[in-house]
Design a protein around this ligand. Structure first.
Ligand SMILES: [Zn+2]
Length: 527
């Protein structure tokens, strides 16, 4: 079995066969940079970053494009509201977005085109559509004529007569209510920096055509994967297909992948007495706020723990429960380091680069892949772990991990495989008495097995950085000192000396150490 991908276009899973053998082009609709991103904006990038890592491991040469929409109505309105230039606002918000992506270990994006830098390409496509009769000009605006496109509606499964009520409906300049704008004539009050010259006078492109132009410019007229949130299926992606295919006469994206949307589950806010203000704050929380609150790896782990097509239930309680899961892995890594005197991260770093010999097309037919070069982590694990049952647990983990990823990039299944493996290593540490001695051979096996777990997790961008592990409280000297401080603070609070108690918390915050008061006691973590 090779990789299968659920295609929104066919509404079923299809074998993954790329347009050009060995190569993959991915386009993901990026942010409209008018206000800070929230967690929903991180879902697509995190998922596609994991998908890209896995495809690279499977031997593909991947080009991943995420656009920046820096010319759009909302941006013009917001910039005016804030008394800023649109470019100035776009640059500020883009930087904020890029900082967040970095913290989330989203580092696989190859190109980030900006709409404002692709105006010529956009105009070229619109001109083609006007010339071949798929679009018409009307008072400086240009509209796509949906009645000229027999295929219109094939992605969202809608007929054109069902499409009344879209955001373009009010215009009296349109021939059909479902026609949508490719080019919008400038209005006198709009800022000069968004007035671009065109054959139809000064104006700016519509949002949909921007994505068609940027994706085809970099990835070609037909490319492999187009991704985005489920809310973009209609009208955005439907319109992208219509205009792109009507201009090129060729199929546009082969696979359409849509991620589920984020649901803000305010009922599950950690404290049952959460005020309406607190609930509203949760919904408003920006990605920036979230990253102040939680490590990037935790947010990434949280998002990848759900299959990408399912909605993500976002609540504090959900994140906290994922934190516990992540900490179980961190505790294992620390335990190995303590018991075996060697870092599993370093051992993972020293492992052969998994992508080196991988070839997706050369995947063996059987579900076990021990002898395949594409299963590097598993093959090496078997070679270097002497203990039979630990080697089997490692093999089982690798097999389940890859089967999950091959099955429509099921990161939740892949993470579940890691969760099954970790207790097997912990049991091995116990059985072999590694914390109180044990044999060198057993110790080496435990380190190798844990390194294998890390190598697998890295295929979806987890456990890349040992520093993140250190953000979790350990039972070292620092923890003992922190426990003393926590006790003193509790004592002060009991005596109602809140001023001094708060001083302790504030001083710790200055050093980026956070205290979390939970029903079971106070926890600390350092950034
Ligand atoms: Zn788009």
């Amino acid at each position: 079995m090779g990789i299968v991908v659920y295609n929104t276009l066919s509404r079923k899973k299809e074998p993954f066969e790329t347009v050009t053998p060995g190569k993959v082009g991915i386009y993901l609709c990026g942010p409209t940079v008018y206000k800070p991103s929230h967690i929903g904006h991180a879902v697509g990038p995190i998922i596609f970053d994991a998908i890209k890592r896995y495809l690279v491991f499977r031997g593909y040469e991947v080009t991943w494009v995420v656009n920046i929409t820096d010319v759009e109505d909302k941006l013009i309105v917001e910039a005016a509201k804030q008394g800023m230039g649109t470019i100035e606002l776009a640059e500020k918000v883009t930087q904020d977005y890029l900082d967040a992506m970095k913290a989330l270990h989203v580092d696989g994006i190859d190109e980030m085109p900006k709409a404002s830098e692709c105006i010529g390409d956009i105009i070229a496509i619109i001109s083609k559509l006007v010339a071949n009769g798929h679009a018409y000009e009307s008072n400086g605006d240009v509209y796509f004529d949906v009645t000229k496109d027999d295929d219109y509606g094939k992605l969202s499964n809608r007929k054109t007569d069902e499409q009344a009520g879209t955001r373009e409906l009010q215009s009296s300049e349109k021939r059909n209510p479902a026609d949508f704008a490719l080019w919008k004539a400038s209005k006198p009050e709009e800022p000069e920096e968004v007035k671009f010259d065109s054959p139809w006078g000064k104006g700016r492109p519509g949002w949909h055509i921007e994505c068609s132009a940027m994706s085809m410019k970099i990835l070609g007229e037909t490319f492999d994967i187009h991704g985005g949130g489920l809310d973009l299926v209609f009208p955005h992606h439907e319109n992208e297909i219509a205009q792109s295919e009507s201009a090129s006469g060729k199929p546009f994206a082969k696979y359409w992948m849509h991620n589920g949307l984020t649901r803000f589950n305010t009922k599950k806010v950690a404290k049952s007495d959460a005020s309406p203000e607190m609930q509203a704050a949760l919904v408003r929380m920006t990605l920036h706020n979230l990253l102040d609150e939680y490590p990037g790896e935790l947010i990434r782990f949280f998002i990848l723990s759900t299959h990408y097509r399912r909605p993500i239930e976002y609540s504090e309680a959900e994140i906290e429960s994922k934190r516990k899961g992540l900490e179980a892995f961190y505790r294992l890594f620390e335990r190995i380091e303590r018991a075996c005197g060697s870092s599993p991260y370093s051992a993972a770093d020293a492992s052969p680069e998994p992508r080196a010999s991988a070839r997706a097309d050369a995947r063996p037919q059987s579900s076990t892949c021990t002898d395949s070069p594409s299963s590097e982590p598993r093959a090496s694990a078997r070679a270097i772990i002497a203990d039979k049952s630990l080697a089997k647990a490692c093999d089982d983990c690798a097999t389940r991990f890859m089967e999950s990823m091959d099955d429509d990039f099921n990161t939740a299944g892949a993470i579940a495989a890691l969760f099954e493996f970790a207790p097997a290593i912990n049991r091995f540490i116990d059985e072999q008495n590694l914390e109180t001695g044990g044999s060198d051979a057993a110790s080496a096996d435990a380190v190798s097995a844990t390194a294998r777990l890390i190598v697998l997790a890295r295929l979806i961008g987890l456990f890349l950085d040992p520093q993140e592990t250190k953000t979790v409280a350990t039972d070292g000297v620092a923890d003992k000192a922190m426990q003393v401080l926590i006790e003193i603070r509790q004592h002060l609070r009991k005596k109602k000396d809140y001023e001094t108690a708060d001083l302790i918390r504030d001083k710790l915050t200055e050093h980026k150490i956070t205290l979390e008061d939970r029903p079971e006691g106070t926890l600390w973590r350092a950034e």
